[in-house]
Design a protein around this ligand. Structure first.
Ligand code: ZN
Length: 133
């Protein structure tokens, strides 16, 4: 695990698009079925859009029918932190990039085997690197 990354809001704004900033730094949510990573199933790896940390492998991606890319396991243990989220009148578990604190989405306990978990992640928070590149 590499060192934590800290940047000011201004520095993040210069690096990210408006939508990327809204999702990752202000805990926003993209519209379901709108994200670029939802429909494709190419082999590769998904990295944090903010700091490039490896977060998910395509081999753990599955279609949960929810409109956001879903994964049943993080790529590297400890690469994602979990935070209790009681916003919007719900008790959920928010997931963030451990390295830069970017908001990624939420994790639920109704996923497939072997973990039974479902990471529901905003496409905007992810940078996809195809295996054949
Ligand atoms: Zn990150």
């Amino acid at each position: 695990m590499s060192a934590k990354i800290f940047k000011t809001p201004q520095q993040w704004r210069e690096q990210l698009t408006v939508e990327q900033y809204r999702i990752t730094r202000e805990a926003g949510t993209e519209r379901p079925f709108s994200g670029e990573h939802y429909f494709h199933n190419r082999l590769g790896r998904y990295h944090c859009i903010c700091c490039n940390a490896l977060l998910f492998e395509s081999t753990t991606k599955f279609d949960a029918g929810c409109g956001w890319p879903s994964f049943w396991e993080e790529a590297v243990p400890g690469s994602i932190v979990r935070i209790r989220d009681s916003s919007h009148g719900m008790i959920r578990t928010e997931v963030r990039c451990a390295q830069c604190d970017a908001h990624l989405g939420h994790v639920f306990d109704d996923g497939p085997p072997p973990t039974g978990e479902r990471y529901c992640i905003n496409s905007v928070a992810l940078h996809f690197v195809p295996q054949d590149s």
